[in-house]
Design a protein around this ligand. Structure first.
Ligand SMILES: [Zn+2]
Length: 297
């Protein structure tokens, strides 16, 4: 069965609907590529930079240029990130992540691309997830390229900073937290355990390009899909928007579930403005797909 959606010309869209019918139909037809963003993880307690009350209004995330510019910037990054990690480490997948995993198990998906670095799709049981912007669960050495688990670094940072125990006022989607200048100044960063080089989280910073091989892989996933379903992304950054444009350019329906308007709306056949956990649970119900841990929150 093919999707029976009518193509809506660019710019000719309503402001957002509550009708999940097109999402149900396109998933029932199968081979849907999911593209998820920060909005999918807000119900897990990880705030969205750009949503209502997002932290972009309070501070600008560190750019790649900042990070490589000197030891001071890296100390600030790791102090905040080390604090934020405690909260990130406790985050659990929500009903939206579990529904996506259930769609995958039912064979309805052509793949999952996420802009999130929180690992919650994988924790919910989704397989073959492409982390467009990398993942916070590992770090890379900028000198020897060794990739090591973040929890190993967290342990070393705990040992190097025995008195470091501030309480995070707020944690951002990139896993860092707000700290005072003095708390940052007192923080001790540790180098690569193998070569003494500079460690960087294995995530794509603002101002840094997604590796070309990863972009090519994502493009191939779009080519192999019949439709693209965007979940919880404003598509503000080009790294995600380009796949929506690629799909639309190939005549494939793009459906968006996101509370606010997105940069992808002109390319979409519909944008559903409903909370993701409830919306995807409802979609699963209409498809007869059982979601693990349903009702558990
Ligand atoms: Zn190294």
């Amino acid at each position: 069965m093919r999707p029976t959606l009518t193509w809506t010309p660019a710019g000719d869209l309503p402001p957002g609907t509550t009708d999940l019918g097109p999402v149900v139909d396109v998933l029932a037809a199968g081979r849907v590529l999911v593209l998820s963003g920060a909005g999918l993880s807000t119900e897990s307690g990880i705030p969205d930079y750009r949503g209502e009350g997002g932290s972009l209004s309070r501070h600008t995330p560190m750019t790649y240029q900042d990070f490589v510019s000197g030891a001071g910037a890296r100390r600030r990054y790791w102090a905040r990130s080390h604090l934020g990690w405690r909260t990130f480490g406790r985050a659990r997948p929500n009903a939206g992540h579990r529904a996506v995993a259930a769609f995958g198990r039912r064979g309805l998906l052509a793949g999952v691309i996420t802009q999130n670095v929180d690992g919650l799709h994988q924790a919910a049981g989704s397989e073959g997830v492409v982390e467009l912007h990398g993942g916070l669960d590992r770090v890379v050495c900028l000198s020897c390229n060794a990739s090591t688990p973040r929890r190993e670094l967290a342990r070393r940072l705990e040992e190097a900073n025995p008195g470091f125990a501030p309480v995070a006022a707020a944690v951002n989607p990139d896993g860092d937290a707000d700290l005072t200048d003095q708390q940052v100044a007192d923080f001790r960063v540790v180098p690569c355990a193998r070569c003494g080089g500079v460690l960087k989280p294995d995530v794509v910073f603002f101002g840094e390009a997604v590796p070309p091989s990863r972009v090519a892989h994502c493009r191939a996933l779009v080519d192999g899909a019949d439709a693209v379903l965007v979940l919880g992304s404003s598509l503000t950054v080009m790294s995600g928007l380009r796949f929506v444009r690629h799909a639309a350019g190939a005549g494939k329906p793009v459906l968006i579930v996101n509370r606010d308007a997105t940069r992808g709306d002109p390319h979409a056949v519909t944008r559903v403005a409903l909370p993701l956990g409830a919306a995807l649970t409802a979609v699963a119900g209409r498809l007869g797909v059982t979601v693990d841990g349903e009702g558990a929150g």
